[in-house]
Design a binder for this molecule. Structure first.
Ligand SMILES: *Cc1c(COP(=O)(O)O)cnc(C)c1O
Length: 357
């Protein structure tokens, strides 16, 4: 056996492009407004070494439990401290959760059209999996997830890239009827108009809710994600995390995340602005002949009645407007358009008018 045969080989996740220069970037669901102004203040203070009068904190290892950040999340979300886990973006939280909770030879279940990281983690951790087909309108067939002797379940709500939101009762049914499976609900986009399943963590011992600071809190570059679950599940997650790297949350992330989550006023204001822009964009896209489900995320997953998605994608790119397009079965004629500022969406609509008319 050569060393070549002994290597762990995976096909990595492919993220949306991060072009440099002046472009309108509607391809990776980043928040279009800056983070809370408290973030800039705290960054400045940190550089001035004024936060912790005792010492320069970058010289030391950070607190393993990211204590300050977790206390702030606990306060704002009204969730007990020991029911919260934080990680380096929800990608890190989800990867740790897969590694911790999905450790059987039974297949885990997730939709065929969903966040394209799930199959990558399953492959890298060698977790068997089955992808359940969404219906033609991209809705999840609940029965596919019920009464199965499965290794676990992971579903985003709203689903990505479809934007389809399900009600809490939909998930409660899946959780209740799979008492021997852990159900992870990936709520990356829940702040844009959905109802969180968070209260279910006090009712069921087999549910984990994952959220992120990357979308609604405008901090994709900082990398903060979190999980909520009963204290037993959080403990298992921490045990795995601390067995790989105990200091994943760096000191600036802990500080900035803390001020960001505490600024609820700014959060509410900017999320409302985004939702308003999304609803206005829906009206404009409809007028241009686009079809899409009623997205409750910060993106719209749309197909055009006559112009192929691939063509629109290329022509927008020529105009320096980036949206997301996948050459994959069932969704190759769709575009995922992130919601930007009003001005950006106006430019997009004008460009689309030229392309589709
Ligand atoms: C963006 C996204 C994430 C990951 O976001 P992080 O930046 O790693 O927090 C997780 N799940 C879904 C469905 C997403 O769209």
């Amino acid at each position: 056996m050569s060393w070549e045969d002994k290597i762990r080989k995976v096909e990595p996740y492919v993220a949306g492009e991060q072009p440099v220069g002046k472009v309108i970037k509607l391809n990776t669901n980043e928040f279009p407004y800056p983070p809370s102004p408290m973030v800039a203040t705290r960054l400045y203070d940190m550089a001035q070494d004024e936060i912790d009068s005792s010492d320069n904190m970058l010289r030391k290892y950070p607190n393993m439990d990211a204590d300050k950040l977790v206390r702030a999340i606990s306060q704002v979300y009204g969730v007990d401290y020991d029911k919260i886990f934080v990680g380096v973006g929800s990608d890190d939280v989800l990867a740790m959760a897969f590694l911790t909770y999905f450790n059987s030879d039974k297949p885990i279940l997730f939709p065929d059209i969903t966040y394209s990281f799930y199959d990558v983690w399953a492959e890298v951790f060698r977790i068997p999996y089955e992808q359940k087909k969404l219906n033609d309108d991209f809705f999840i067939n609940k029965e596919d997830y019920i009464g199965r002797d499965c290794g676990g379940i992971v579903i985003p709500n709203p689903n990505a890239p479809t934007g389809v939101l399900e009600e809490v009762s939909f998930f409660e049914d899946i959780i209740k009827r799979n008492p021997d499976c852990i159900v992870i609900i990936d709520e990356a986009y829940i702040d844009f108009g959905g109802e969180s399943a968070l209260p279910l963590i006090d009712k069921y011992d087999n549910v984990v809710i994952v959220q992120t600071f990357s979308k609604s809190r405008a901090l994709a570059g900082l990398r903060i994600g979190m999980a909520f679950a009963n204290p037993g599940l959080i403990r298992y997650l921490k045990d795995v995390k601390f067995s790989i790297n105990s200091y994943t949350m760096n000191y600036p992330a802990i500080e900035i995340g803390t001020v960001s989550v505490l600024d609820t006023e700014y959060f509410d204001k900017t999320v409302k602005m985004l939702i308003k822009t999304r609803e206005e964009t829906k009206i404009e896209l409809k007028k241009l002949g686009f079809k899409f489900g009623d997205s409750k995320a910060n993106f719209i997953f749309a197909t055009h009645e006559s112009v192929p998605a691939g063509e629109i994608f290329r022509k927008l790119k020529e105009k320096n407007i980036y949206v997301r397009h996948w050459d994959k079965p069932r969704i190759s004629n769709h575009l995922r358009i992130s919601i930007g500022t009003d001005e950006e969406m106006h430019t997009l609509i004008e460009a689309l008018k030229e392309i589709v008319n």
